[in-house]
Design a binder for this molecule. Structure first.
Ligand SMILES: Nc1ncnc2c1ncn2[C@@H]1O[C@H](COP(=O)(O)OP(=O)(O)O)[C@@H](O)[C@H]1O
Ligand SMILES: O=c1ccn([C@@H]2O[C@H](COP(=O)(O)OP(=O)(O)O)[C@@H](O)[C@H]2O)c(=O)[nH]1
Ligand SMILES: [Mg+2]
Length: 229
């Protein structure tokens, strides 16, 4: 149908939705928080490595707040009236990395909220940063991380776990097509973040092939050394 034949209201709906305006972080050169007051641990690993599972256990034992970047993005995607809903959905489905401005603002707001309402100062940031520029910007604008907890895992183990999780997660990216894209993005874009932190001597690497409790025993060795229970 010729769009000029449509009444005005329908014409607008037929147009491609405009890209939403992103928060501007360019001028944010001074971190919001001082590293002396706020502890951030980045928890990284391929999709399905067990980041969320282990963070749920750590937060119980060591008084951390668990902030999953993926969960915050999914919440924002579903929030009524969000200008980023469509954008987030399409990036997640394709396993791509949502523009960092959106994720950083969601994380920073969640941190402020937990500090104010729960008086917390220790944060596990799960599944972020997934790209070098995100790591640089977060440390510049929010707070530098103390260290990176990296769960190493072969792809065949990750694949098995994700397909199993997909039976009940309802996630639009726990299907074979999206999983393959996520593996590619992890290897090409996210792994360099871990390599960069390795050069800074900040990575604590663990295998995640053991049972949940077996992996957690290794996690505990690291956290017992650093934090009071
Ligand atoms: N050590 C483990 N052994 C077996 N299955 C695990 C282990 N850790 C997590 N899982 C399962 O694998 C899936 C992915 O774990 P999850 O914590 O969601 O990983 P991530 O957040 O890294 O994607 C979940 O279904 C979880 O129950
Ligand atoms: O900092 C982030 C974290 C997540 N994501 C998106 O959210 C998806 C799911 O991330 P999550 O960490 O929840 O997946 P997991 O690794 O836990 O399976 C990713 O594939 C990305 O599309 C993103 O864009 N930026
Ligand atoms: Mg997760």
């Amino acid at each position: 149908m010729n769009p000029s034949a449509l009444p005005r209201k329908q014409k607008i709906a037929a147009e491609k939705p405009k890209e939403p305006k992103l928060p501007n972080l360019e001028d944010r050169k001074i971190p919001t928080f001082d590293q002396k007051d706020v502890t951030v641990v980045f928890v990284l690993g391929g999709p399905g490595a067990g980041k969320g599972t282990q963070c749920a256990k750590i937060k119980e034992d060591y008084d951390f707040v668990h902030l999953s970047a993926g969960d915050l993005l999914r919440e924002e995607q579903q929030r009524e009236g969000s200008q980023y809903g469509e954008l987030i959905k399409s990036y997640i489905k394709d396993g791509l990395i949502v523009p960092m401005e959106v994720t950083i603002v969601l994380l920073e707001n969640a941190m402020k909220d937990a500090m104010k309402k729960q008086n917390k100062s220790r944060f596990l940031i799960d599944g972020f940063p997934r790209k070098l520029d995100q790591a640089v910007k977060f440390e510049e604008a929010v707070v530098p991380c103390q260290f990176v907890l990296y769960f190493e895992c072969p792809e065949e183990v990750l694949l098995k776990r994700l397909l199993k999780r997909g039976e009940s997660s309802g996630r639009i990216d726990d299907n074979i097509e999206s999983i393959k894209k996520r593996f590619r993005v992890f290897a090409d874009t996210s792994f360099p973040v871990i390599e960069e932190y390795e050069t800074q001597g900040k990575v604590k690497k663990l295998s995640c092939e053991n049972s949940v409790d077996g992996v957690y025993d290794e996690v505990k060795k690291i956290f017992d050394n650093l934090f009071n229970q």
